[in-house]
Structure formats: C-alpha cells, structure tokens
Ligand binder design. Structure first.
Ligand code: PEP
Length: 252
C-alpha cells in the first residue's frame, strides 16, 4: 500500500552552515516525534554530501531539488543524477513548477531526468500542477493529465510504481493561498483515476500523491485527512523546524 510522505523543498535557501544546522535539528525532531509517515528533506546540491553524513537516513530521507538531463560531460554548471546519488541522497524533485517556468523544463527533458534518476536508484518526486489561468478557465484537469501522460506514461508499470507524484497548483505555491482540501482531493482522485486507466488499479492505489502549495501546520491535518492526499511537498514551512514538524505530526 502507498506510503504517507512529508517532503521539504528548501529551494535556494540557507548557506551550508545554516542548512546543516537545520537538517540536524529536523533529524533530531523526527526521531523524537510521533508520526506515521516517511519524512524527506530536499536541499541545495552544495549541502547534500555534508548533510548526508550528519543525518540518520533511516528516519530522515535526503533528496536533491533537480538533476541534469544528461549523464555526464560538457554541461557546465549542471549536476548529474549520478553525482546526486554519490552523496548518499535517495530522492530527487523533478519538474517543479519553478524549474518549468524559469528554466524552460519540458516533458521531453523531464523524461531524460526521470530515466537518469532511475539509473542511479533515485526516487523521483515528480511535480505537476496548473497555473492560475488554467484553474480559472477550467482546463486544470486536462493540463495535469497532459503533464503526467507526456512525461511519465512511456514508463513500464514497474518503473511508474517507483514515482512519487506531487500535485502543486502553481497559484498556491509561495502565495499563502492553499487549495482547499476538497480542491486537492478532487485533483488527487482524478490523478489516481488517470493512473488506473493506464496501469491498473493496483499501481494507482500504490502511488503516493503529495499535495504542495502553502501547506502549513494549520491546514495539513485537513488536507492529509482526504483519502487521496498522501502527504505534502513543503516549501516555505520546511525552513523552520517547528513548522515542518507541525506538518509531519499531522500524520500521527
Ligand atoms: C513548493 O515549492 O514545492 C511549495 C509547495 O512551496 P510553498 O509550500 O512555499 O508553497
């Protein structure tokens, strides 16, 4: 059966020293807390190797926020999936809306990134979600379905089963504007149906679908209580241990 997961996305925040301190604080808090979910932190590339040495990965998973769409070679400034894996990280966020919007990521590049993540035993946390205009003009189900179909539906059922999905309505990311629990559930149930149509009910039932977008301690419980919401991808609130733990403890 699918797992409950709370994953932090630190984005481009914290120096190495600040990041190590935060990771150590979160690691200690997760060990002490009552919770019924996996917990992961996805951190800047520069922090991975050091944090990897400092945390207990049985209780706190570690991931990158992106990886390159090429294996290795003359791609100045890029960081490969193999490099990420060599730090001891086990996860990688792929297709975050900020990467799609500011760095031109397409389904085509994301297919390459997913393949390289798998080659290196990294679990992709694959982001999908509509922008405000698409929410308002009613095309949001079609948009999200297309993102999944174009980037992931070439995968075998076995490989698809290794993906964690994160539904992140772009209009709710970093805006303080959360999707209501009902809006999240409607989309998550729809996504599970799309997966079931392609791969069957068992694969769909086993896929963890996280919600992301201004999730905080005050709304996490209501969101996570929905049957198809299996946890959260957390941006801003992942930068304060107490806030992040308030969300983790929504699963207890
Ligand atoms: C995110 O960027 O993945 C995110 C969900 O951000 P926030 O929680 O800050 O809206």
């Amino acid at each position: 059966m699918r797992k409950n997961i709370v994953a932090g996305n630190w984005k481009m925040n914290t120096t190495l020293q600040e990041g190590v301190a935060l990771a150590e604080e979160v690691n200690a808090a997760v060990k002490a807390a009552e919770h019924n979910c996996d917990v992961v932190i996805c951190v800047p590339f520069t922090h991975l190797a050091t944090i990897s040495e400092k945390i207990c990965k049985d209780s706190l998973g570690l991931g990158a926020e992106n990886c390159a769409d090429h294996k290795s070679g003359a791609y100045t400034g890029e960081v490969s999936a193999a490099m990420v894996a060599s730090t001891g990280a086990g996860y990688v966020i792929l297709g975050h809306s900020e990467r799609r919007q500011y760095y031109g990521e397409t389904s085509e590049t994301l297919r390459e990134k997913v393949a390289l993540a798998f080659e290196n035993n990294l679990t992709p946390i694959f982001c999908i979600g509509e922008v405000l205009e698409e929410r308002e003009n009613g095309t949001y189900f079609d948009v999200v379905k297309k993102q999944i179909v174009d980037a992931l539906f070439h995968l075998s059922a076995e490989d698809f089963g290794k993906i964690i999905l994160a539904y992140e309505p772009v209009w709710a990311i970093g805006t303080g504007k959360t999707a209501t629990a009902d809006q999240a559930e409607d989309m998550h149930a729809f996504i599970r149906g799309v997966i079931a149509e392609k791969y069957g009910k068992e694969v769909a039932d086993n896929t963890s679908i996280l919600y992301g977008g201004s999730c905080k301690p005050s709304n996490a419980k209501e969101l996570f209580a929905k049957p198809d919401v299996d946890g959260g991808l957390i941006g801003g609130a992942a930068l304060k241990c107490a806030d992040f733990m308030g969300i983790v403890e929504a699963f207890n």
